[in-house]
Write a protein that binds this ligand. Structure first.
Ligand SMILES: Nc1ncnc2c1ncn2[C@@H]1O[C@H](COP(=O)(O)OP(=O)(O)OP(=O)(O)O)[C@@H](O)[C@H]1O
Length: 748
């Protein structure tokens, strides 16, 4: 660490080497993370649905095909259009949209049809694995006699040292037809023209891995031999599946669940009335207000002009109709209770009805009319509560739990399950989405589905299967970013390290260390620590470069409008360094974020995966994730080291041969393995030494400073001595005043 160079900080804004590729330096050429080396060529599908045999030469797409429809041209040659700030692209899109509308019937059907082997190859090359967790098809139970016979055989084999046959894994794998480009959505699933145009308008051309498989599973392949028995494509389910989807951060899960929902709502009809007549039919739950608001924005962009509306749940909004004054009072009371909750408060807006009003008269216009509602669990639950009971939502057909593992974590579990159970429709389709998913979530999902099925009065409708779709290695960080695990020894060391990142000129030119250019996020363990770090770094950016306005702190204790303003300023590039807590660790999409700094080590491996996944989104290369650790973190850091190790392997980097970045084998071998209990403690409480301490006034203090403990003690003593001397000087006066006031007091 070059402390001396650090002292001579440059006032120039950080410079990057011209060769450095950064996520902020433009749109990603290819949003996919895997399968780059196996570019699969589709066969333009003729009306006869001719299948391509394995090994047969691929049919070249017609040469007259417009460049932007040639999705299978070499990835490197074709850069995806920038989504934002690209006026020329927009006008091009507009042109194409117009011409597309005019020549509706001339649209090129570019849907592909692979045979089963090819489906397998394509899905495997993109690291996709799809299994039917439960198809709920009744199977013949083995008789007690048969079970005893099998047990005896296993025992005999064991005694004789023979290989014991394990009960066979009955989980069936699926190989649906991969959907490799957005244009196929229209030719294959006949999605509305407007929805297709909106997707195009957003610059989406090539599908990401999760979209490649989720669209066929959720929209049902209605071409060819759908319903023709149990083939490996899952066509027999016709899109009626409950889905557990695990895909890397930034891999486009939002689009993957929104498009099938929009398509379903549109095909259900009633759109002439602006989608309003049919009312609320889909709910998306997200753990934070920031994520909920991002999802609703995405839904609005995709649904523009389709008649389907998307709304963000706000305090005071109603989702169920109620009648009678008594109920009004009850609900007002339950809403009042929500004031105590920080997140429900954060969802408040200008149009909120104050819950402190003794009697709130509800108008019909208060009731959500949108087709899709996006909410945090508590905000929605508060709106559903009618006294002790939770109102039912029988019309909801689609329920999405985004960041399902956190929504079903003990913190939110009760709220989330209450909402799930409130959606009483027998044809409710549920989707659980996240980049990380423990096996306990799978078990919980299956149990919930079983309980709901058992409670149904009629079982006339066939039960939907539960399917698990995994992209890449489960619970692993994305492979397209550089991880750097830095030992900083002490708290002061971390601060010095962070300052060095803020001033990359301090890094010697011959160093192989990764440099980090703004914009970046800095994560701390607690809110007081985020505030303290912000105070410490406030004047680190020179005035010529924007000074303190370039650095900000965002946490759950700020008002809703302050949070919104900071998010907007960060997205616009006005803020360069945003210090935050795990509030922004999940789901939030800042497209051009160059990196993430874990100033405090995350509380779990999953938290690491999500935090670092704020960079390198949609396949962007060059993101950097720096994690500082100190002596206190050593018992737990192996969690993080293992994630980095797995991600390096996924990327194809040999472990132990790297430069200063990544994980060296010796480090991996020498770190202690945390016990299950340690992991649990860390998850719930964080690193003990970093938990908030109270200052003299009882306020929580983050204790972040470059000063050593000794220096702080000396300062404290000095301050104490000065205060004591001041007190001594003022004491006689105070005493005199006190006796006067005492005298006055006696008079009363
Ligand atoms: N097919 C695509 N082509 C290009 N960009 C895409 C595509 N699909 C999604 N994106 C972009 O990728 C970014 C990340 O998408 P999204 O927020 O849905 O990721 P995610 O998988 O939900 O991530 P997280 O797990 O962090 O929540 C967004 O900016 C989105 O616009």
């Amino acid at each position: 660490m070059n402390v001396f160079k650090l002292l001579s900080r440059s006032s120039k804004p950080p410079q990057s080497t011209p060769t450095q590729r950064l996520p902020s330096s433009g749109a990603a050429a290819n949003p996919q993370l895997f399968g780059h080396d196996t570019i699969e060529k589709p066969i333009p599908e003729s009306n006869t649905s001719r299948k391509r045999k394995r090994g047969q030469n691929a049919v070249e797409p017609p040469t007259t095909l417009p460049a932007d429809l040639d999705f299978f041209a070499e990835y490197t040659r074709k850069a995806a259009p920038k989504h934002e700030d690209d006026a020329s692209h927009k006008s091009k899109c507009d042109d194409e949209t117009t011409s597309g509308t005019a020549g509706a019937d001339k649209e090129v059907d570019f849907a592909t049809k692979y045979d089963e082997d090819e489906c397998k190859r394509v899905l495997r090359s993109h690291k996709l694995k799809i299994v039917v967790l439960e198809d709920f098809v009744p199977r013949e139970e083995k008789t007690e006699k048969e079970k005893r016979k099998e047990a005896k055989k296993r025992k005999r084999d064991k005694e004789k040292g023979r290989k014991v046959e394990k009960p066979k894994n009955t989980k069936r794998q699926l190989y649906p037809q991969p959907l490799t480009s957005f244009s196929q959505l229209r030719s294959r699933y006949q999605i509305s023209r407007r929805l297709a145009e909106n997707l195009k308008e957003q610059g989406y051309t090539m599908t990401t891995e999760i979209q490649l498989a989720a669209f066929p599973l959720l929209m049902g392949d209605n071409r060819g031999d759908a319903g023709a028995g149990h083939d490996a494509s899952g066509q027999e389910f016709g899109g009626e599946v409950d889905l557990l989807a695990v895909a890397p951060t930034g891999s486009g899960k939002t689009i993957a669940f929104l498009v099938p929902i929009l398509n379903a709502l549109l095909s259900e009809g009633n759109t002439n009335s602006g989608g309003r007549k049919a009312g609320l039919r889909a709910i998306v739950i997200a753990p934070t207000k920031e994520l909920a608001s991002q999802i609703v924005n995405e839904a609005r962009k995709l649904s523009a002009g389709t008649g389907i509306k998307a709304a963000l749940m706000k305090k005071g909004m109603e989702v169920v109709e109620t009648c009678g004054d008594e109920t009004h009072e009850d609900v007002s009371a339950s809403l009042k209770g929500s004031d105590e909750d920080e997140d429900a408060d954060a969802l408040g807006s200008d149009d909120n009805t104050k819950s402190s009003q003794p009697q709130r008269i509800r108008k019909r216009s208060d009731i959500v009319k949108a087709g899709i509602l996006v909410a945090t669990p508590l905000a929605l639950l508060n709106a559903l509560k009618q006294g002790d009971r939770v109102a039912e939502l029988p019309n909801i057909r689609h329920l999405v739990l985004d960041e399902a593992d956190v929504l079903l974590d003990p913190l939110f579990r009760e709220q989330t399950l209450s909402i799930w159970n409130a959606c009483t429709s027998p044809v409710l389709r549920v989707g659980l989405w996240s980049a990380t998913m423990g096996s306990n979530i799978e078990a919980l999902a299956t149990t919930t589905l079983n309980t709901r099925w058992a409670s149904l009065s009629s079982h006339a409708i066939p039960r939907a299967p539960l399917i698990r779709l995994v992209v890449g290695l489960k619970d692993t960080a994305i492979p397209n970013i550089t991880h750097q695990l830095t030992y900083a020894a002490t708290e002061q060391g971390k601060l010095i390290g962070l300052r060095q990142l803020l001033h990359p000129t301090a890094i010697p030119s011959n160093s192989t260390a990764t440099s980090l250019r703004p914009p970046f996020l800095v994560f701390t363990q607690t809110i007081p620590r985020a505030i303290a770090l912000h105070a410490e770094l406030l004047y680190d950016i020179p005035p010529e470069a924007g000074g303190s306005s370039r650095i900000a702190v965002l946490h759950a204790e700020l008002s809703s409008s302050a949070r919104e303003t900071i998010m907007t300023r960060f997205r616009r590039g006005e803020i360069w360094v945003l210090i935050t807590t795990d509030l922004l660790a999940r789901g939030v999409d800042f497209r051009g974020l160059n990196g993430v700094v874990n100033y405090d080590v995350p509380n779990s491996a999953a938290a690491y995966v999500h935090r670092v996944g704020r960079t390198g989104r949609a396949g962007r290369e060059g993101g950097v994730a720096v994690t500082f650790y100190t002596q206190e973190d050593i018992p737990y850091i192996k969690n993080v080291a293992n994630v980095i190790h797995a991600s390096q392997k996924l990327r194809g980097n040999p472990v132990g041969q790297g430069d200063e970045t990544g994980i060296q084998q010796w480090l991996l071998d020498s770190l202690p393995t945390p016990s299950k209990r340690d992991k649990q403690n860390l998850k719930t409480r964080g690193v003990e030494a970093r938990r908030s301490v109270k200052d003299k006034d009882g306020k929580a203090k983050g204790r972040i400073s470059t000063k050593s403990g000794y220096e702080r003690r000396v300062e404290d003593r000095k301050r104490g001595a000065v205060e004591a001397s001041k007190r001594r000087k003022t004491q006689p006066i105070e005493r005199a005043n006190a006796s006067e006031s005492e005298f006055e007091g006696f008079g009363e």
